[in-house]
Design a protein around this ligand. Structure first.
Ligand SMILES: NC(=O)c1ccc[n+]([C@@H]2O[C@H](COP(=O)([O-])OP(=O)(O)OC[C@H]3O[C@@H](n4cnc5c(N)ncnc54)[C@H](OP(=O)(O)O)[C@@H]3O)[C@@H](O)[C@H]2O)c1
Length: 289
């Protein structure tokens, strides 16, 4: 559908956003379904956030994705926050519902759907989650509702402990927060079913780094690395080499995007089309700097 007087806009705001795969993913989906929507990327600095949200309101944008560094700061400019986003303290999707801006967080659900779609069941499983930053927190909130046991390890122990305590208070289920160290990894990995890397270790340009020594990986393990740049991290390569099941960060990106798409359009997301568009954008971009 061509752009006309009735075309509505969705966009991602963040800093940086130039290499975001979301415009390719969402525009391909809008085209596939013949929706009169277009998706853009706007670089918005911290100082510009308030004005950007006010602008989105005045211009009647249909929806926004919010990325670093605004996921937390944006909350104070919205009219309503979904319960999950409120608990996590981070919004990655905004719906403009007839002038009311409603904030959601689709990261955690996106990660869990990525596991399901790759036939990885979380029932009665132990998940070892590396990291306690924004993405880890969103994943932890979803995972805690599904897995038998959750262990969160982070370089900064205090953040892991705070997250574990928050989850314990909210869900009343067993959860541990520990330091990301060789000793802890060795101890925890022996009984882990699902390993999720939600740290930025291994992300471009540090592509030869992995948060987990390769000798701790085994073939019974499922490994999801939420980093998608590079598409295949060292952790994913090491996991594949020992015969473990792997899920790339692109899958989480895809499903968090699919949920956002459904929030804005009330239509089922054409996931295959979105994946193809994201992969071809990645191939076109090569390494992202
Ligand atoms: N696939 C997706 O859809 C998706 C969505 C969101 C994010 N991501 C990716 O997930 C990663 C984390 O994003 P985020 O938003 O959660 O960032 P964040 O809030 O800044 O958290 C970063 C996490 O990485 C840890 N970390 C950073 N450098 C480390 C190092 N050298 N050694 C050990 N731990 C280290 C931090 O530990 P400390 O607390 O000790 O600093 C923290 O736990 C990024 O690579 C991002 O691109 C992917």
């Amino acid at each position: 559908m061509g752009i006309n007087g009735k075309t509505r806009v969705c966009a991602i705001i963040g800093d940086p956003v130039e290499h975001s795969l979301s415009p390719a993913m969402h525009n391909a989906a809008f085209r596939k379904l013949g929706l009169n929507l277009v998706y853009l990327a706007f670089k918005v600095t911290k100082n510009e956030l308030k004005d950007a949200i006010s602008g989105a309101r005045s211009l009647g944008l249909r929806g926004l994705n919010v990325t670093m560094p605004h996921k937390n700061a944006v909350i104070k400019y919205l009219d309503e926050i979904g319960s999950e986003a409120k608990a996590i303290g981070a919004v990655n999707t905004i719906l403009n519902d007839q002038g009311k801006l409603v904030g959601y967080n689709t990261d955690g659900k996106g990660a869990m759907i990525a596991l399901q779609e790759n036939h990885i069941s979380t029932d009665e499983k132990k998940m070892l989650l590396l990291g306690a930053g924004g993405a880890a927190k969103a994943i932890a909130f979803q995972a805690e509702q599904d897995v038998e046991e959750l262990v969160i390890v982070n370089r900064t122990i205090e953040t892991a402990e705070q997250l574990a305590e928050l989850l314990w208070k909210k869900f009343g289920k067993k959860v541990k927060g520990k330091t990301l160290s060789a000793g802890v990894l060795k101890e925890e990995m022996e009984t882990t079913d699902i390993l999720v890397n939600a740290t930025s270790v291994g992300m471009y340009p540090d592509i030869n780094k992995s948060p987990v020594p390769s000798d701790l990986l085994h073939s019974d393990l499922c490994v999801m690395d939420i980093i998608y740049n590079p598409l295949e991290t060292k952790l994913v390569k090491d996991a594949k080499a020992v015969g473990a099941k792997v899920v790339s960060g692109l899958e989480m990106l895809l499903y968090q995007g699919a949920i956002a798409f459904e929030i804005w359009t009330n239509c089922s997301a054409p996931v295959d089309v979105m994946k193809k568009a994201a992969l071809s954008k990645l191939a076109e971009q090569g390494d992202i700097d």
